[in-house]
Design a protein around this ligand. Sequence first.
Ligand code: 2IP
Ligand code: CA
Ligand code: CA
Length: 367
Amino acid sequence: MADLLRLLLQVAEKAANVARVCRQEAPLFQLLVQEKTGDDKNKKFVQDFKTLADVVIQEMIRHDVGAQFPEMLGFIHGEESNKFENGHGESVTVTVCSTEGETAALLASVLDNNHTAASLLARAIHRDPVTIDAHADAPAVPLNPSDLGIWIDPIDATSQYIEGREEVLEEGHLCPSGLHCALVLIGVYLRSSGEPVMGVINQPFYSKDPASGSWSGRHFWGVSYGGVNACSESRPKDVPGAGPSAVLSSSEKQVVKEALAALCGPDKLMYASGAGFKILCVIQGLADVYVLSEGSTFKWDSCAPHALLRALGGGVADLAQSLQEGQAELTYHQPCEERRGAERWANHGGLLAYRDQARLHAVVRTL
Ligand code: 2IP
Ligand code: CA
Ligand code: CA
């Protein structure tokens, strides 16, 4: 499965390029933003945004993965629907065409015939990134593409992506919000059991070159299957005797904030934006756990970073189930049939991301 990992790293870098191009061109970026309506509405935000960038990135990933692994085509899912409504109320199905020119023509019909914007996007979609590190030491795992499915979040933490606040990051320090929280998430799961087996995370806005003003990103990957675990990150060293630290959404319930403040101490309770970014903080050892008591995340938010945590010996548990019946990991293959739209794929029981079982048990006892 080294081929699949290499391809996902490549296509995630392409996605990051598209995300960067969209922000770089201010008039283009404004054109891209439109409001979400109907069933796909994320209940979390009063105003949520769906951007053409999201749709385009997701379709590009689907296109590229499907071209190399046709067995996977019907099993590549994502947050976005590829139906996009243009300024005239016409519905356009966004797809990646075989040539850059055709894709540009299709995008122009969504972009109110703004050919400059459409060409810029099409160029980013059809260009192969040069700077991708395709040398991931992927372990040999006996996975067959026809046994796998994929969850894509083309851009997680869209609100941070749109707001676009630039922060200078410090190594080993959790910076709670800003453009760096926006992540491209691609997770691979087993169709039979729903367990996450491979994940790629790309952080498109990691550092900005002060001279040129251009951004560069970084990426992370993990594989965990059949006792084989490999990850781009090494397991952070635990400080002996140190109490647990936790990261939460700022919109977390007051009772949960108070319970965790009592467990961790106020200094070790942190807040950050982005579901994917918070799990990445646990992967990197900037927090020991991420606790979410509400069903406001979806399969596409957790699948990729979950695979990395598993590769490091941790995981992402369903919080409600773990509190009621004992530890249960999130799975990715079955929808919640009673719900509609995006809610079918919500992590309804909330979640608890951890590197260490002991930390998970401490949180479960506290809550
Ligand atoms: C969102 C995004 C939000 C998060 C929410 C996700 O995904 O990651 O930041 O809320 O749960 O669904 P919070 O930051 O409070 O944890 P998207 O940006 O893709 O809609
Ligand atoms: Ca998301
Ligand atoms: Ca998203």
